[in-house]
Design a protein around this ligand. Structure first.
Ligand code: LMG
Ligand code: NDP
Ligand code: PMR
Length: 385
């Protein structure tokens, strides 16, 4: 803790509006030169014995002495399964990206990467439990000490508790779905923003997963329980359950399916608020996406067995919204690295031919006033204000 406090002074937090450059300057001492890769205790860099790869993020020189585009470094949260793993694999396979897999279960992530056939040396696993704000800060500290630049951040991890009627809580006492899916990522994004800002990579991106089920302008978004943040009174009350509400809208009864959908609205609002506050100043691309219905992932692990059995064929043959994990991974990889997807503030989706398009968010998921209020309340809850 003492070391963490020493390395992460309060100056690391990003100011409410503007002035990011000043913060970057203040915290410049935190960066370790890219070439000096130090492997921190909580991370394992997969090594290649016979043919060592270049240090992640280091520039390379051709024979003629020309500088070529260095490998990009992308952090993906929740890369131990589903979409995160598929995107990690897709990006690592190109050879253009070194993937930092930010995962809560180290051994599961190591097994998953191996099982997916990801080449040793193409990824680093680092511990991150989004259900603990201390863990988020520790991750950022470890990432800094690893000495890699940050070119892209993907806030992908999520939990879904579809049948829960009583809340569970994060280490900091916040309702779990919103705590992990939104608040943990909110802090992570804020703490890593200056790293993205100082990266010399041509296109730096911060991506937060959204979903169709958080958008009530769609059929899927109208399947009960519907998402809705109300006036955010539950969030303002600390989302703690006992003396207030565990739901963002302040309702007395807890609904796990709604809490997840609400968290996705928060994700989409946060992306837009980041865009409004920082895009012009930093040039960072902020984006969200609905990758399609990946009905086979671990997201549905807590749903009833009958649902898990019927949901994939239902999406494949009836709604036709189904996508495989591999296809969804390619879509997310596009949002990370495709040169044509540099526009900021966009919520991407794909049509039946798997072509990307800028999708419309629901009224609530694009309400700037709500986004601002959410931002301010979230800052308080994660200790940034
Ligand atoms: C609820 O569960 C939870 O109770 C609640 O707590 C909350 O978590 C909520 O939003 C989350 O979920 C509801 C869930 C559980 O049920 C569903 O909604 C099931 C969705 C899947 C529907 C399956 C339809 C059956 C399709 C057959 C698939 C075969 C496809 C092969 C076709 C081949 C063709 C070539 O409840 C259940 O899981 C019970 C499911 C009982 C299914 C009964 C079947 C009724 C059939 C009606 C079909 C209706 C489909 C609607 C189509 C609309 C088209 C736009
Ligand atoms: P998975 O359950 O397969 O993956 C979720 C990942 O999040 C897992 O790696 C999981 O880790 C990780 N995770 C959960 N809790 C924490 C935590 N406390 N700290 C760190 N990591 C955590 O689900 P998907 O791949 O389907 O979901 C990925 C993203 O895609 C989510 O943001 C989801 O909302 C979004 N999405 C998914 C859709 C779908 O149809 N599946 C549709 C639209 C959006 P572990 O492996 O240890 O459990
Ligand atoms: Mg939904 C047009 C059709 C469509 C699409 C694209 C989805 C996506 N769903 C559609 C329709 C329907 N769904 C219909 C008609 C029903 C009633 C039978 C239905 C039901 C349903 C349930 C019970 N759908 C679900 C659930 C879930 O528990 C999933 C959920 O809400 O997770 C939050 C879900 C989903 N449907 C989707 C997608 C993408 C999901 C999952 C996940 C997510 O938003 O992350």
């Amino acid at each position: 803790m003492a070391l963490q406090a020493a390395l992460l002074p309060s100056t690391l937090s990003v100011p409410k509006k503007g002035n990011l450059a000043a913060v970057v300057k203040d915290t410049a001492f935190l960066s370790v030169p890219h070439k000096k890769l130090q492997v921190p205790s909580l991370s394992v860099r997969a090594q290649v014995a016979a043919a060592p790869v270049a240090t992640p993020g280091a520039s390379t020189l051709t024979k003629e002495g020309k500088k070529t585009l260095r490998q990009g470094v992308v952090v993906i949260t929740g890369a131990s399964s589903g979409l995160g793993l598929a995107a990690a694999k897709a990006l690592a396979e190109t050879g253009k990206w070194h993937v930092v897999m930010a995962c809560r279960d180290f051994l599961k992530a190591a097994k998953a990467a191996k099982g997916a056939g990801m080449a040793e040396g193409s990824y680093t696993i680092m511990h991150l439990d989004l259900a603990s704000l201390d863990s988020v800060r520790q991750f950022v500290d470890n990432f800094h000490r690893a000495g890699m630049p940050l070119d892209s951040l993907v806030c992908n991890a999520a939990i879904y508790r579809p049948t829960a009627r009583t809340p569970t809580f994060t280490a900091d006492g916040y309702e779990m779905s919103v705590g992990v899916n939104h608040l943990g990522h909110f802090l992570l994004a804020r703490l890593l923003l200056h790293d993205l800002d100082k990266s010399d990579y041509p296109s730096r991106r911060l991506i937060i997963l959204g979903s169709i089920t958080g958008n009530t302008n769609t059929l899927a978004g109208n399947i009960p329980p519907k998402a809705g943040l109300g006036d955010l009174r539950g969030l303002a009350g600390g989302l703690r359950g006992q003396n207030g509400s565990a739901m963002i809208d302040g309702s007395e009864s807890f609904d796990g399916a709604k809490a997840y959908k609400d968290s996705k609205i928060c994700n989409m609002l946060t992306m837009q608020e980041l865009h409004r506050r920082y895009h012009e100043e930093t040039g960072i691309t902020f984006a969200s996406l609905y990758p399609g219905c990946i009905a086979t992932t671990g997201l549905f692990r807590e749903h009833i067995p009958l649902f898990r059995l019927l949901f994939p064929p239902f999406q494949k043959f009836i709604t036709k919204g189904f996508v495989s994990e591999a296809e969804s991974g390619k879509r997310l990889a596009q949002v990370v690295s495709d040169p044509s997807l540099t526009k900021s503030g966009v919520y991407w989706s794909w049509n039946k031919d798997s072509a990307s398009f800028e999708n419309q968010l629901s009224k609530e998921a694009s309400d700037p006033e709500k986004a601002r209020k959410l931002w301010e309340l979230s800052e308080k809850l994660v200790g940034l204000a």
